[in-house]
Design a protein around this ligand. Structure first.
Ligand SMILES: [Zn+2]
Length: 164
């Protein structure tokens, strides 16, 4: 069983990691494991180093949901990953909106988009596809919640082809 490890650090609401898990399941058919860390990750160590030892058998990707105000090493984007990369960073404070549904929907779409990038998908031109280009948080509000048929088929194929 391939699992995504959703680690929520310094983020108050449990609804945030749960929105991530639901997006991961709905879009990629992958289960999740959740850890809640009350404190912010220590900025001086760097996020990558801090999360590096968070492992378990069957781990496929890590989704790290953090409040990044204290983290200086990243440019002001709402999230970050690269194709083939194990870690996906989501900066909750940059997706934040006082309307909770809007905030949760951004997390849902943002996680789908970045997990898509990390398994090798590219931004999609499809109107409703969640892989539509998303440079700023507001871009996330304008697209659908899920992968289009074409992106989903590609994603499932790429996940299947990953060897452990
Ligand atoms: Zn698509």
């Amino acid at each position: 069983m391939r699992l995504v490890y959703v680690i929520s650090a310094g983020v108050e609401s449990l609804r945030i990691p749960l929105a991530a898990c639901s997006s991961i399941w709905k879009n990629f058919g992958l289960g999740s494991r959740i850890s809640i860390i009350k404190k912010h990750p220590p900025a001086e160590k760097g996020l990558r180093l801090y999360f590096q030892n968070k492992q378990f058998p069957g781990l496929f990707r890590r989704v790290l949901i953090v409040n990044s105000n204290e983290v200086s090493q990243f440019s002001p984007v709402w999230g970050y990953t690269r194709s083939g990369e194990e870690d996906i960073f989501v900066f909750a404070n940059r997706l934040y909106d006082p309307v909770e549904d809007l905030f949760l929907n951004r997390v849902y779409r943002g996680v789908a988009y970045l997990l898509g990038i990390s398994v090798g998908l590219e931004p999609c031109k499809g109107d409703k596809c969640v892989m539509g280009e998303s440079k700023i948080a507001e871009d996330l509000d304008r697209k659908g919640f899920n992968l289009c048929g074409e992106c989903r088929a590609k994603a499932l194929e790429m996940i299947r082809d990953v060897t452990f």
